[in-house]
Design a protein around this ligand. Structure first.
Ligand SMILES: Cc1cc2nc3c(=O)[nH]c(=O)nc-3n(C[C@H](O)[C@H](O)[C@H](O)COP(=O)(O)OP(=O)(O)OC[C@H]3O[C@@H](n4cnc5c(N)ncnc54)[C@H](O)[C@@H]3O)c2cc1C
Ligand code: FES
Length: 281
């Protein structure tokens, strides 16, 4: 019999087959896939965890869960940026892919109970944060003031537009959107996420921030939050690095002494800041 850890690693390497049951177009280059297990599925994920999605004959990439389903379904929102993501974004209903996971350390939503929560997403960064918003809305009275700031290059590139509108109309959380380039009919803010963040009020002594987006945006946002008195230990960021195994075996995702696939992708700013200060680490 294998030792438990080797057995765990072996299981983590074996993809389970999933069938596409729904494809939703989010933007010109991003889709949301809903996947159903073709036989035995994988374990359910927590907010911020990711799966390795394998397109047969093309390759495998890490993709966050953009919603959590209690019925064994997987929901992933994918932007077409290269070979594997293109194959995944080209899938239609009935298509089959392999899935390994869930992997990683996600958002510690429990640590935000009783606190104000500031959620900041840039572009596709809203995908891994959407399960956090769902979890908070499911237990809204457990949290203080909750603010969501979403930035995108243009209105057409905002993900989950209908859901964002419904969150805004319900006013159970404060939703702010900002775009780099306004289009006709856009009545919201124009500029970068950090401009909009200035308008968000929170109690730095009793708040948690969760940030996901391009690395440069996360660095600036985390720095601004620290300047406003939020302790770096309560600023959570989701990092991206190239990954191969997803399970702490191959070393592809190494960042300093950490493996992003097992020590992250969600890490706190006090840990991440010194690592990102080293060029090309
Ligand atoms: C933990 C984690 C969660 C992720 N969640 C999502 C998600 O929810 N939705 C989504 O669309 N994408 C997500 N990504 C990014 C996704 O994995 C990459 O876009 C994908 O690996 C690109 O592979 P490709 O073969 O399509 O592109 P390639 O042909 O390999 O590369 C195309 C471009 O993407 C860049 N790239 C390649 N791999 C990565 C990577 N891992 N991270 C960042 N840039 C990369 C390359 O430098 C190149 O510029 C996540 C990545 C990580 C690490
Ligand atoms: S992807 Fe292999 S160790 Fe992280």
């Amino acid at each position: 019999m294998q030792p438990a850890s080797e057995h765990g690693a072996a299981v983590a390497m074996r993809p389970a087959l999933y069938r596409v049951i729904e494809v939703g177009r989010e933007t010109a280059d991003a889709v949301t896939l809903v996947l159903q297990p073709a036989a035995d599925g994988i374990a359910s994920a927590l907010p911020g965890e990711f799966n390795m999605l394998w397109a047969s004959g093309v390759g495998e990439v890490p993709v966050s869960c953009s919603a959590l389903s209690g019925m064994g379904l997987l929901v992933h929102t994918i932007r077409d940026v290269g070979r594997v993501t293109h194959a995944l974004c080209s899938l239609t209903g009935g298509g089959v892919i392999g899935v390994r996971g869930p992997f990683g350390r996600g958002w510690d939503v429990g640590s935000a109970r009783g606190k104000d929560v500031v959620i900041i997403a840039g572009g596709l960064g809203l995908a891994p944060l959407r399960p956090v918003v769902h979890a908070i809305l499911g237990r809204r009275t457990d949290f203080g003031v909750v603010s969501l700031v979403v930035g995108a290059r243009s209105a057409a590139e905002l993900l989950f537009r209908a859901e964002l509108d419904s969150w805004w109309h319900e006013r159970r959380i404060a939703v702010r959107t900002i775009v780099d380039r306004p289009s006709s009919g856009w009545a919201g803010s124009v500029g970068i996420v950090t401009n909009e963040l200035r308008r968000v009020t929170f109690d730095p002594g009793n708040s948690v921030a969760m940030v996901c987006g391009p690395e440069i945006m996360m660095r600036v946002v985390a720095t601004r939050l620290t300047e406003r008195g939020l302790p770096p230990t309560r600023t959570l960021l989701s990092l991206e690095r190239n990954m191969q195994c997803g399970a702490g075996v191959c070393g592809h995702c190494q960042l300093g002494g950490a493996f992003v696939c097992v020590d992250g992708p969600v890490m706190t700013w006090d840990v991440v800041a010194p690592l990102l200060a080293v060029p090309e680490l």
